[in-house]
Design a protein around this ligand. Sequence first.
Ligand SMILES: *Cc1c(COP(=O)(O)O)cnc(C)c1O
Length: 455
Amino acid sequence: MKGQFKTIFEPFKIKVVEPIRITSRSERQRYLQQAHYNLFLLSSDQVIIDLLTDSGTSAQSEAQWAGIMQGDESYAGSTSWKHFYETVKDLTGYPYVLPVHQGRGAESVLFEVLCRKGAKYFFSNTHFDTTRANIEYRGATAIDLPCEESQDLFSDAPFKGNIHLQELKKQVEKVGVDNVGAVILTLTNNSGGGQPVSFQNIQETAQFCKEKGIRFFIDACRIAENCYFIHTREEGFSHLSCWEIAQKIFSLADGCLVSAKKDFFGNIGGFLALKDEALAQECMQYLIITEGFLTYGGLAGRDLEAIAVGIREAFDMDYLRYRIRALQYFNEKLRAIGIPVVYPPGGHAVYIDAQKYLPHIPKEHFPGQSLCCALYIEGGIRAVEIGSVMFGKNAKHELVRLAFPRRAYTQAHVDYVIEVFSHINAIKEQLPGYRIVYQMPFLRHFTAHFEPIKG
Ligand SMILES: *Cc1c(COP(=O)(O)O)cnc(C)c1O
């Protein structure tokens, strides 16, 4: 810490404000009933604190808005593209940069090309759901190999996002090197609670892939947050900036897939960046067919500018210190009032074990959904269930995620959420389970209708 005092505050002042409409409990009861007890079906002006996702929800800086005004909308050779390209190249070192409309655009382009070459298996610490979908849609298999420490939700191991290296070696042996499309490390491990991956784990994975001639990519949506964890937790990195740590990580891989809607403060956008010219050429072919020309990839010039500025801001050490500390604060305060939060705090969200919190509701009656509905009715807070509603019988845990949009909420907003939780503590035995009364065959959580089970 540079200063004399310990308080870590939001390192920004507010220049533009977005009003929050305050609703009453009875209004919210009505809204929730009209939304069939599915928070995805609420209108955002019915929500007081929206913790549904950290994706595309960042507040943008004055420098980003200045860039937006200067966005060059020329079809080819736009100066905004040059700014975007130079920034990504400086960070990653990769000479080939393909802009895309968002992360899944990069996935679609890369996996299309790799699967056409005959890739059958992909391995990851954990594939994000769109990553898995883009692989499986093309007939290949996505296999998650999270490390052993990740199984215990409450232990405080520092790098629970790591890939299980022994298991990776075994699996590659089993399926045969020639059938492996790539190994992908997701930094931080989104589906695993925003837990970081250590530099050592990245380095050992890279080394193994190099020995075997397997392609190795980084899903770098939250690499700035991951680098802050490396900077503070891993020996030998405290003298390096997070930007420098990221450069070291990228130098070990063959390329990266990025949604700019996470760490890089974009409201939309992303990129695929690659080392290898031949692979890049093939990807560019497909990019032009599906996303757009090589210098905009489905984005407006103003988006390219906003992201170029956002990438540098994401690595600001004062910002990252505040960001990670804010998540710790949120996590520790909830823990102190007896809420079973997943530990240690991750980079972008707080996760709660709803089954442990509401033991009277069996998993068939969706304890996570029950907690989400209670958070909304009691406090107007929107969270997301990550359990049996989302994954059906494949759910390993009944979790609720409170994702924290970047630079959008203050400590008072967090304190309000904590107060709502203490109120729920007092009434939790009375919370009902839910049953699904309507659902679609795929991704049912977005559109399902529920009803409370009267006790
Ligand atoms: C969000 C996300 C993606 C997909 O990006 P979109 O911009 O939502 O298409 C891929 N990987 C990870 C780890 C993500 O968090």
